[in-house]
Design a protein around this ligand. Structure first.
Ligand code: ADP
Ligand code: MN
Length: 325
């Protein structure tokens, strides 16, 4: 990977500046802390079930020394204190680090990806590793948003309106309460209602919900603490493309597993792996953002996150019923 060919990734739903992608758009290069890299590596080796819920890890990249050599945790705290002065910013400042993680770009393969970042948990920081000032600030945000009441909030989203993207920044998601967060979901999934027949829209929502439930099921059986991790939900925002994806269902990930029909010749595993292009998909659901995530054997499951995912599922149920109704 030639670092001189990297370009800014313009399509993030939330998070810090400085995310890049390669010329093909298949890979996402995100400046990150060493602990996030370690979490990916450890998860690949020790938690294969959870690894399937993350974007594919493709390696790390050295970005060269940052302009100012700052310890990355210190950098995060530095950013924390300047938060008040940059409330107009859409994204956080770039984190000061030399390391970047190279991940599968979950928006790749979509014509016009709609992206929703749901930040999980009511507690948003590791109590053992966080300075009291930052802890207080995050507790306040949690208490004032659905992070506190539902264990998740909308951290950001990007929705294709047919001509351009409507961008919803982090302040958008902070305004909801438990009673009106359904408006946020309705706004994000509006493209389904306009682009598909009601039964197809419901089917896609159910498929997405099942993927979300899968994340919960894995975490219920695991011992971890994931502070400020997110569920990232992507679906095709181009109405025509979405319609044909739903019509030719063999292309959606869920149905890929189906046995080949009689006339179809099954490809060898080798051939599959050599394929350059993944088939287009109608959606992606993955967990991301593991800067403050650790595996914690002996500590029991991560209720903070599990509760949030359950509440996201409930919201999806409600949306599905409202479509039917
Ligand atoms: P942070 O919040 O610490 O800056 P995240 O990992 O949450 O870092 O990434 C920020 C944003 O970048 C996310 O909201 C999401 O929109 C986008 N993003 C992160 N990882 C991926 C990925 N693998 N594919 C596509 N988009 C991603
Ligand atoms: Mn994030």
């Amino acid at each position: 990977l030639d670092t001189s060919t990297l370009k800014a990734f313009e399509n993030a739903a939330a998070g810090h500046d400085g995310v890049m992608s390669d010329p093909t758009g298949e890979m996402l290069i995100k400046p990150c802390t060493d602990s996030e890299v370690q979490f990916y590596q450890q998860t690949l080796q020790e938690h294969p079930e959870f690894a399937e819920l993350m974007p594919t890890f493709m390696g790390t990249l050295s970005l060269g020394a940052p302009a100012q050599a700052v310890d990355s945790t210190a950098a995060h705290d530095l950013l924390a204190t300047s938060e008040a002065q940059k409330t107009e910013r859409l994204h956080g400042l770039q984190i000061a680090t030399e390391t970047a993680i190279v991940l599968e770009n979950l928006e790749h393969g979509f014509k016009q990806p709609n992206v929703l970042d749901l930040k999980l948990g009511a507690r948003l920081y590791d109590p053992e590793k966080t300075a009291s000032e930052k802890a207080e600030r995050l507790d306040k945000v949690s208490a004032e948003t659905t992070s506190g009441s539902l264990n998740y909030r909308i951290a950001g989203m990007k929705v294709w309106n047919g001509n351009s993207y409507d961008v919803y920044d982090k302040f958008y998601g902070r305004k909801f309460n438990a009673d009106n967060i359904s408006d946020g979901f309705a706004t994000f999934f509006a493209g389904l209602a306009t682009g598909l027949k009601a039964d197809e829209a419901a089917e896609l929502l159910e498929t997405i919900e099942a993927e979300i439930a899968k994340c919960r099921h894995v975490l219920e059986r695991a011992e971890s603490r994931m502070y400020s991790a997110s569920l990232l939900i992507v679906y095709e925002g181009d109405t025509g493309a979405l319609d044909s994806l739903m019509a030719g269902q063999a292309k959606t990930p869920r149905l890929q597993e189906k046995a080949p029909t009689p006339g179809e010749v099954q490809k060898s595993v080798e051939e599959e792996e050599e394929d350059e292009e993944d088939p287009p998909t109608a959606y992606q659901v993955k967990m991301i953002d593991f800067a403050h995530a650790t595996w914690t054997p002996g500590k029991g499951r991560d209720e903070n996150v599990v509760k949030g995912i359950k509440n996201v599922e409930d919201q999806m149920d409600q949306l599905i019923s409202s479509l039917a109704g």
